[in-house]
Design a protein around this ligand. Structure first.
Ligand SMILES: [Zn+2]
Length: 269
């Protein structure tokens, strides 16, 4: 199998122009196709594999897209083995297996997460419409963090990081992705959080969770180096965030399980 990751910057520019145009229409402004006043895109979209590349199944129902962008980026681990297979084929197979599990076992309409990163550093589109939503600054509602799906975007990082670090390939791709998302959604890197900040879960693993301060710093460095206007920090103390549900004694021990992903406050399916 041979796939080329989509090359983004040109298409991104087109999409962003389209989003601004439709935004003007929504606000009742004059139609214009000019993007002369648009902020320049400084962080290129990472090379990534679209749903077509991994032969994604059609969602069982249309996914929801909200006009409001997400306010936080949630880092997860997939709770799957720490494979040594860093190939593209392994990455595409991972996306398929996650989608199958979420649709056939969990009964959701599609893969729960918006983006997936393999241990080889391959980045994949997850839920349907995730990529167009990022490009236009809207929110494709996923199913990955209970009671906060309406306001967050989730990245599934392949592996289980309770006591080992991710590969350098994964970390490099994750920082690239985080910087891209921060610019696309106008977020300060303090918006990068872990699943356990919201729900009672081991996810994203003690080690990967512990790397979040470093990941925020690396992301900020990328943004500053590219001259991106970073908004002020809007950090909320995770201790003040409600967790859901009550703390379980042990995580269920099976692949893909990484804590609560849907709650009564969510509109996601
Ligand atoms: Zn998680």
């Amino acid at each position: 199998m041979s796939h080329s990751p989509a090359s983004g910057p040109d298409r991104r520019t087109v999409f962003r122009g389209a989003a601004l145009t439709s935004g003007a229409a929504v606000l009742g402004g004059a139609f214009t196709v000019s993007t002369a006043h648009a902020d320049p895109v400084r962080i290129a979209e990472p090379a990534l594999y679209t749903r077509n590349d991994w032969n994604a199944r059609t969602p069982s129902s249309p996914v929801q897209v909200l006009a409001e962008p997400p306010t936080q980026i949630v880092v997860h681990h997939t709770a799957t083995p720490n494979t040594d297979d860093l190939s593209e084929d392994a990455a595409l197979a991972l996306s398929s297996s996650i989608q199958d599990f979420h649709m056939d076992t969990q009964g959701w309409i599609d893969a729960g997460q918006q983006l997936t990163i393999s241990r080889g550093g391959h980045i994949m589109e997850g839920r349907d419409r995730a990529l167009p939503a990022i490009r236009e600054g809207t929110q494709c509602v996923g199913t990955h963090v209970a009671n906060h799906n309406n306001t967050t975007i989730g990245i599934e990082n392949e592996g289980t990081y309770t006591d080992v670090e991710p590969t350098s390939e994964l970390i490099d791709a994750l920082v690239e992705t985080l910087a891209w998302l921060c610019e696309a959604y106008g977020l300060n890197p303090d918006a990068i959080v872990g699943h356990r900040d919201f729900n009672s879960t081991e996810c994203s693993g003690e080690v990967l969770y512990g790397m979040l301060p470093e990941l925020r710093e690396q992301t900020m460095s990328v943004l500053e180096a590219k001259g991106v206007q970073v908004p002020p920090s809007a950090r909320v103390d995770p201790a003040d965030a409600p967790t859901y549900p009550a703390v379980p004694d042990d995580e269920p021990d099976h692949a893909f399980y990484h804590g609560p992903v849907r709650g009564p406050d969510d509109i996601s399916r």
